[in-house]
Design a protein around this ligand. Structure first.
Ligand code: G1P
Length: 400
């Protein structure tokens, strides 16, 4: 089945992590986010991938190349991000006549459910959530509990959702939909694929395929959730150097060229990437990734965090539930708070708005190249823009 993957967006809600790379290329475990989406698509039955690129397009292009896992890949460029219907309209130039699947390139889907979507007739992937108002919500004519539910329409971001079944951004369209891609602007000023879905619902029986697992990776803490998911599937293996008195518990991957020194305890799932070093005397736990060339030094504890390529935490630090961008350097003694005293969910500013993350434990989100001085303290929910600096002994309670 020919498959369109939407990977052109800028990922503004993911700032500052997307300051110089597109959201689909942010790392989730051992590969970029969009590679998980594409891998699932290939496992589910994709026979030709049409990847829509835009922002920082070359990153995506060079990752996949012209064939990926024996599946041909065509790239199409959406010059201006005008919405998902516009992206698929651009992609349709590379599609053959016939049905097609469309996937959001920034979502994780479980393979058995996606396979059911591929193998069904016209369908949309659905997922049940407690607060559907920030998604497209499906209108159905069947009982909420039934397995094969017919979708009659979709409402974007409704204040009063008609159901708790949301649109996952995975669609199986009939061939005819290729001629319905010219849609008018929605209220939010975009050309929406959900309008194409509406039209499909009026002319075809469209079913809701309920996903067992799905994750929209749009905001920084969702990158942690994505990593927790993908590291949860990890099988441990040691290809690098691990000192004989280091303790690796649970699934831990130490890639070739990585070093785990003496006195280290790693409680998996954890991934220590090529060229990274951990220790001596460090403690790594939770779903943690130490990126290529990264460093977790002496007396450092890292819990449930992502250290991207070249990020170094050299001495006597604590980093919990945090995302550190490329080439971040934490000065000795830098500490991260990851829990509020009042036990409430940690809030974060996303596109200028304070939002609850739903996470009781969340540390900081640090853009590429940030440097902190010795003994810096970073409060829970702080976001530091790419290239920011924190002085020695500084207590940071507001974003910089
Ligand atoms: C898009 C779709 C929406 C869907 C969501 C899933 O929304 O329009 O129906 O529920 O993806 O992530 P957007 O992310 O563009 O706001």
């Amino acid at each position: 089945m020919q498959t369109v993957v939407l990977a052109a967006g800028q990922g503004t809600r993911m700032r500052p992590l997307t300051a110089s790379r597109p959201k689909p290329m942010l790392p989730v475990g051992d590969r970029p986010l969009v590679a998980h989406t594409v891998d699932t698509a290939v496992d589910a039955g994709a026979s030709h991938l049409v990847v829509v690129v835009g922002y920082e397009a070359d990153d995506v292009r060079s990752y996949f190349g012209e064939t990926y896992r024996d599946v041909p890949v065509t790239f199409v460029v959406q010059a201006e991000q005008r919405g998902t219907a516009d992206a698929v309209r651009v992609a349709s130039e590379a599609l053959a006549d016939g049905p097609f699947v469309v996937l959001n390139g920034d979502a994780l889907y479980d393979t058995p459910s996606l396979r059911r979507l591929y193998e069904s007739g016209p369908a949309v992937g659905s997922y049940r959530v407690e607060n559907p108002s920030s998604y497209g919500v499906l209108i159905t004519d069947g009982s909420e509990e039934a397995d094969a539910v017919r979708v009659t329409g979709v409402i974007e971001k409704p204040a009063e959702p008609p159901s708790n079944r949301i649109n996952t951004g995975a669609y199986h369209f009939p061939a005819e939909a290729q001629s319905w891609l010219e849609v008018g602007e929605s209220e939010r000023g975009e050309l929406e694929l959900t309008d194409v879905l509406e039209r499909t619902c009026s002319e075809f029986a469209v079913s809701a395929v309920t996903f067992e697992r799905w994750l929209d990776v749009g905001r920084p803490w969702e990158l942690l959730a994505a990593t927790e998911w993908k590291l949860g599937d990890l099988d441990g293996r040691v290809e690098g150097e691990v000192h004989e008195d280091a303790i690796l518990e649970g699934p831990v991957v130490v890639e070739e060229g990585a070093t785990v020194r003496s006195g280290v305890v790693v409680e998996g799932p954890a991934l220590v990437r090529a060229g990274a070093t951990v220790g001596p005397n460090a403690y790594v736990r939770g779903a943690t990734v130490v990126g290529e060339g990264g460093k977790v030094g002496h007396g450092v504890e890292v819990k449930n965090s992502i250290l991207m390529e070249g990020a170094t935490v050299g001495h006597l630090s604590y980093v919990g539930d945090s995302v550190l961008g490329r080439d971040v350097n934490f000065g000795a003694g830098t500490k991260v708070a990851n829990l509020r005293h009042d036990g409430a969910d940690v809030k974060l500013t996303v596109k200028g708005e304070r939002v609850s993350t739903g996470r009781r434990k969340l540390g900081v989100v640090i853009g590429d190249g940030v440097k902190t001085g010795i003994n810096a303290s970073l409060n829970a929910g702080v976001v530091l823009s790419e290239g920011a600096t924190v002085g020695p002994g500084e207590v940071v309670t507001r974003d910089k």
